[in-house]
Write a protein that binds this ligand. Structure first.
Ligand code: IMP
Length: 433
């Protein structure tokens, strides 16, 4: 077996898209396992920039099968638009499959996402308003419409009728007009017809690939601290970005996973509301935002920026049983004479030995910092560890020592080529294949 999960080890936007694209070069299958078009994965290659929200970043590799797994919530219109936009830039793509178990996102989900956010007032989550929370709510309530039902016209008609009756009652409680069944059905039937050839039972495809020893990559979206269960609840997304989500969202069991690589930035960012102990509200935060172009790919919102939080990262390493770290965006910190790194949390005057248990605790945490040397100059041309300044290497050693996980890859720029593989043996499942 040679299976690898790629997860975001922080609060999302860790540059996973680039890493999945780089590693997909040697993958036979890439399967995305959670989230929907709330995610934004940017891949820059050959002078072209691709922005994926639903497509697995493996799609650019024509010999690789890309699968949207059953754990996803898929907006059919966005998916079709994304396929067309990607084909316009690169006509030859890999084979694409969509799990019949993935849930379909409808306009009422987006509308309810916005209305619920507005109703929360100052307690809003800061969602992407793509309808992801309401779509997963339907899944849990067992009234969601799955891709397999969506592409069967009569089944879809019946299910949409049942669900829309409930949604229209909810919308009227918010003072909104009812959504017309006929126009929704006719628009979405068109999308269903276009997607029908791609929809199938994909769990067996993934299982067969795993058991036949193919290289299978499981692509996470968002980040560990946005996980519905393990994140900073309720300021989380509604799915499971953690490595465990790869099992839930694709049809394999935990023993089928050989390696888990966690992508983190050399600093920390977060989009939307919620706790962020190492957030920088000063000019250094703004500098990181500008140098790192920390503006959301999906909503264009400014990302909140802060120092690297090794308490959170160590927890994430254990939560996801990481075998290696991918440290991204080291180039962004170039020029800062020194860096601060959070190595401990204090709460109410005491050093914490675990994580905060509530938002109120998270918001009271006082990060304990160590100061390390910064670096300067252009890192983007580095292709091996020895090309990097010694203070960068010291920073990487510092991270690895605190987190207890070796650094497998370093990303020194957005392009596919701007990558330093430090531990080849950690990249594909302990080098078994
Ligand atoms: P939702 O996933 O749209 O419901 O948003 C819930 C929270 O997750 C909000 O704080 C969003 O900003 C955050 N979020 C969702 N997707 C991403 C992502 O891809 N990167 C970073 N944050 C995200």
């Amino acid at each position: 077996m040679a299976t690898l999960v790629i997860i975001g080890a922080q609060w999302g936007d860790e540059a996973k898209g680039k890493m999945v694209d780089v590693l997909a070069d040697s993958a036979d299958v890439v399967v995305r396992y959670s989230g929907g078009n709330n995610a934004g994965h940017t891949v820059i290659t050959g002078g072209k920039t691709f922005k994926f929200q639903l497509l697995p970043a493996g799609i650019l590799h024509k010999d690789c099968i890309s699968i949207l797994g059953g754990g996803m919530a898929v907006c059919p219109k966005s998916l079709l638009d994304e396929i067309a936009a990607t084909r316009a830039q690169q006509p030859e793509l890999g084979q694409l499959m969509v799990s019949a178990s993935a849930h379909v996102v409808f306009p009422y989900h987006r509308l309810l996402d916005r209305l619920e956010e507005e109703a929360r007032g100052e307690n809003k989550i800061g969602t992407t308003t793509r309808g992801i929370g309401p779509a997963y709510t339907d899944k849990v309530q067992r009234i969601g419409i799955r891709m397999g039902e969506f592409v069967e016209p009569e089944v879809f008609r019946k299910r949409l009728g049942e669900v829309l009756a409930v949604k229209n009652r909810l919308l009227s409680m918010f003072g909104e007009n009812a959504i017309d069944f006929d126009s929704l059905y006719s628009e979405y039937s068109g999308y269903a017809a276009a997607l029908r050839p791609l929809v199938r039972e994909t769990d067996s495809v993934v299982q067969n690939a795993v058991y036949d020893g193919w290289k299978v990559m499981f692509e996470g979206a968002q980040g560990s601290f946005l996980d519905l269960d393990s994140g900073t609840y309720p300021y989380v997304t509604s799915s499971h970005p953690t490595a465990g989500g790869a099992c839930i969202g694709t049809g394999i069991g935990p023993r089928s996973i050989d390696g888990v690589l966690g992508v983190c930035k050399a600093y920390t960012t977060r989009v939307g509301e919620g706790p962020f102990p190492t957030e920088l509200l000063d000019e250094t935060g703004q500098l990181i935002r500008d140098q790192g172009q920390e503006y959301g790919t999906v909503t264009g919102r400014s990302r909140r920026c802060g120092w690297l939080d090794l308490v959170a990262l160590r927890y994430s390493a254990r939560l996801n049983s990481l075998s290696g770290l991918i440290v991204a965006k080291l180039d962004v910190l170039s020029g800062l004479p020194e860096l601060r790194v959070c190595t401990g949390y204090m709460l109410d005057g005491k050093v914490m030995d675990g994580l905060p248990t509530s938002v109120s605790e998270w918001n009271r945490v006082e990060p304990q910092y160590e100061t390390v040397a910064g670096w300067s100059g252009d890192l983007t041309t580095a292709r091996s560890l020895s090309d990097l300044p010694s203070s960068v290497r010291d920073y990487l050693d510092f991270i690895a020592a605190h987190v207890g996980i070796p650094v497998a890859i370093v990303s020194v720029g957005p392009d596919r080529d701007e990558t330093v593989v430090v531990r080849e043996d950690l990249v594909w499942g302990n080098g078994k294949n």
